[in-house]
Design a binder for this molecule. Structure first.
Ligand SMILES: [Zn+2]
Length: 511
């Protein structure tokens, strides 16, 4: 009896180690800095956390009849092995885009990623999984034995703590193999649901006779007071200043995290009607009605609260789709440029392009490079990805480098528009804490002012300036005015000279 319990524990433990050290470990190999003790301890902690949760899961899975355990373990191992292969070979983290490719694209595209190494790896892995899991036949589980009851109870509690949607401790486990197979599938299904959801138009007419290119850029965690053009002591915006942007240095974002802020910015939501962010379409809907060709290029995974808007555009493209916040590979906004430049060249007279940037999101070092025309970066940059152990000044240096890179990226976006009738509106979703009251990053303490003071500016091409001088003059006049991010929806419609009954000109920065 006792020996059966020990066999049960050992067998599931070995099954756990097998997946842990062949698949899960691929998520932890690209440590940002293997010399940093804090980073190694942090990665080690999450690795053990996943190992314990996986063991708990297999202990519960083994309560099923042996044939069911063997089958499910082999399937779980096989899928993990495929994902680990791509994670290791090309740094591709599993996300909803991959499921989209598998289910929505024809098989010839999916087949491009197949190789003989993958085939050999899967055969070896699945064979070993079958041999290992068949040991389940060597023991029986006595459900009524006290030790079994304790093991089942502890395993259930462990699973709830580390995988449940509502647990604050579940984030790490849910984002890594093999548990992300479940969480990503869940996200994918809810995205499909979002697309199916009906959001009726909120206007009765929307027209324009103007031919124009409108670029809406949603920035990430860019605080207003770190822009040199707003008075910051460091030169972080040399190119944008040269290009003559009009910076709005007094914009207030009520929300301090992406999922809440982006839907608010894109829709007619305001302080009195915040729910519109979750029931109404975005300004893209207005542009489409006014005969604009619309494109949404996302350099962040479109999360459920704003997936609807991503799919609302005529063309929706995700860049860097293999990146996630648990990977530390380079993840640059500049990667959107080749596609963006192609789209700009298309023969449409009216185009709206929405760019959703990764901008200044933590891990900062992944989001900037020194471009050839940059004199220098701010140094030393942060070496550890564990904030609590990192040097404060180095964190700020890395953060400011993301702004230098954003300055470069935006100058490239604008460069393609110089000789066109065009307008660019930029708004960051929220600010970032950089040590205020000992706080860092965002989505933490709403009492920190820097989280709400978000960067915003406008650029006009020369043709636009000539055609609409009163709009340009109004922007200069209003640039120090206090606005909530509610201004964006109305200002972009107004800046595009679209006549529609949904426009509230009192919220336009061009009046
Ligand atoms: Zn954000």
């Amino acid at each position: 009896m006792q020996s059966d319990i020990i066999k049960w524990l050992i067998h599931t433990f070995v099954c756990t180690l097998f997946i842990l050290f062949t698949c899960v470990i691929t998520d932890f190999l690209p440590l940002p800095s293997a010399t940093q003790v804090n980073d190694i301890l942090s990665a080690g902690y999450h690795f053990v956390e996943i190992g314990i949760t996986l063991w708990a899961f297999l202990l519960l899975l083994s309560l099923l009849p042996p044939i069911a355990f063997c089958t499910l373990y082999t399937i779980l191992g096989g899928i993990s092995a495929i994902l680990a292969f791509f994670r290791y070979k090309i740094g591709f983290a599993f996300n909803t885009i991959i499921l989209d490719v598998i289910f929505q694209t024809d098989f010839t595209v999916s087949a491009d990623v197949l190789s003989w190494q993958l085939f050999v790896w899967i055969v070896l892995f699945v064979t070993t999984s079958i041999i290992l899991s068949r040991k389940r036949y060597a023991y029986k589980i006595q459900y009524k034995h006290l030790a079994s009851i304790i093991i089942i109870g502890l395993s259930s509690v462990c699973l709830i703590i580390f995988t449940s949607n509502f647990s604050p401790l579940a984030n790490s486990v849910r984002n890594h193999l093999p548990f992300n197979i479940y969480s990503v599938t869940q996200d994918y299904l809810s995205e499909r649901q979002e697309i199916k959801t009906e959001r009726p138009s909120v206007f009765s007419y929307a027209t324009t006779s103007e031919d124009l290119i409108v670029v809406a850029i949603i920035g990430e965690a860019l605080r207003s007071d770190h822009l040199h053009c707003n008075g910051y002591k460091r030169q972080t915006t040399p190119r944008l200043e040269q290009l003559g942007i009009v910076s709005f240095d007094n914009i207030y974002s009520e929300y301090i995290h992406t999922n809440r802020s982006v839907p608010h910015i894109l829709t007619r939501a305001d302080s009195l009607n915040p729910d519109r962010a979750f029931s109404e379409p975005s300004f893209i809907d207005v542009f489409k009605a006014a005969d604009y060709q619309t494109t949404f290029i996302a350099n962040q995974n479109p999360e459920k609260p704003y997936f609807y808007f991503f799919s609302e555009a005529d063309t929706s493209i995700r860049i860097n789709s293999g990146r996630s916040f648990v990977t530390f590979d380079k993840w640059l906004d500049g990667d959107m440029l080749p596609l963006y430049n192609n789209i700009i060249q298309r023969p449409y007279n009216k185009q709206l392009i929405v760019l959703h940037c990764i901008g200044s999101h933590w891990w900062y070092n992944a989001h900037f490079i020194k471009t050839p025309d940059m004199d220098s970066l701010f140094t030393p940059i942060v070496e550890s990805r564990v904030i609590s152990g990192a040097d404060s000044m180095a964190i700020v240096n890395s953060y400011d480098n993301t702004i230098l890179y954003t300055d470069y990226f935006l100058s490239q976006v604008i460069a393609s528009l110089k000789h066109k009738n065009a307008i660019v509106l930029f708004l960051s979703d929220h600010g970032e804490a950089l040590g205020e009251d000992g706080k860092w990053l965002h989505a933490s303490d709403p009492s920190i002012k820097a989280l709400h003071e978000t960067a915003s500016f406008v650029w006009f091409s020369d043709i636009y300036k000539k055609k609409y001088p009163t709009f340009v003059a109004a922007a200069h006049k209003n640039c120090c005015q206090r606005y909530r991010t509610d201004y964006f929806y109305h200002s972009i419609i107004d800046g595009a000279h679209i006549q529609t009954d949904v426009l509230d000109t009192t919220l336009s920065i061009f009046r």
